[in-house]
Design a protein around this ligand. Structure first.
Ligand code: ATP
Ligand code: MG
Length: 197
């Protein structure tokens, strides 16, 4: 299924992942299959600059630990701590430049959910992002989310999972179960580290 010759096709799926959930995993795996990507990188944002200030964000190390658990055993998913190692505000434009430096021939695909795709033109240096990678929106089947017509979007239909990290945080805070909404490994990290209480 996945092409094995030629330059690698790399999906870049960035997020705050506070916490990661099955919506993220389904999106990443479906994009990988539909676009025949060799790998999808789950790129954990260090400082998600669009969210900073609006709510407390879990420590990058905690979010990284959860994403590692989420990706555990998922073929073709890899966790990237590139943005944590770079430090400061996390801009996808910089991340793509870093990936390109390591693997000049790779074909890069930036994968976005509906809300992220709709807000793409608010990103720092979004034109650089669009020049460096193919933009992919994972969307529910049916009428598409409105997209910036200046760019050639690829679309991958995924079953809609009406789920967000916000919902999971609220559930944990209220003492409700998050079972089956994320992986058991993620739930264990949340429990052990006392996140979202
Ligand atoms: P929050 O509720 O804190 O905003 P989130 O669930 O939206 O969290 P993010 O880390 O903000 O998660 O999103 C990372 C990426 O995952 C974004 O591209 C977002 O559009 C996408 N995404 C989030 N939830 C889903 C979902 N249920 N299905 C598909 N994609 C999703
Ligand atoms: Mg979000």
């Amino acid at each position: 299924m996945v092409r094995s010759r030629g330059p690698r096709r790399i999906g870049v799926f960035g997020g705050t992942f506070d916490p990661p959930h099955i919506g993220h995993l389904v999106a990443a795996l479906e994009a990988r299959a539909a676009l025949e990507l060799d790998v999808v990188l789950l790129v954990v944002a260090n400082v998600p600059w669009q969210k900073a200030g609006s709510r407390p964000i879990s420590a990058p190390e905690d979010r990284l630990a959860m994403v590692r658990e989420a990706a555990d055993g998922a073929e073709g998913l890899e966790v990237s701590d590139l943005e944590l190692r770079r430090g400061g505000a996390s801009y996808t434009a910089d991340t793509l430049a870093d990936l390109r430096r390591d693997e000049p021939d790779a074909e890069l695909f930036v994968i976005l959910g509906r809300d992220a795709a709709a807000g793409f033109a608010t990103w720092e240096r979004y034109e650089d992002v669009a020049a460096a990678a193919t933009l992919v929106v994972v969307d529910r089947p049916g009428p598409p989310v409105e997209l910036d017509g200046r760019f050639a979007w690829q679309r991958v239909d995924i079953p809609e999972l009406e789920l967000s990290s916000t919902e999971l945080r609220e559930r944990v805070a209220a003492g409700r179960s998050i079972r089956y909404l994320t992986t058991d490994g993620v739930a264990s990290v949340i429990e052990e580290r006392g996140l979202y209480r």
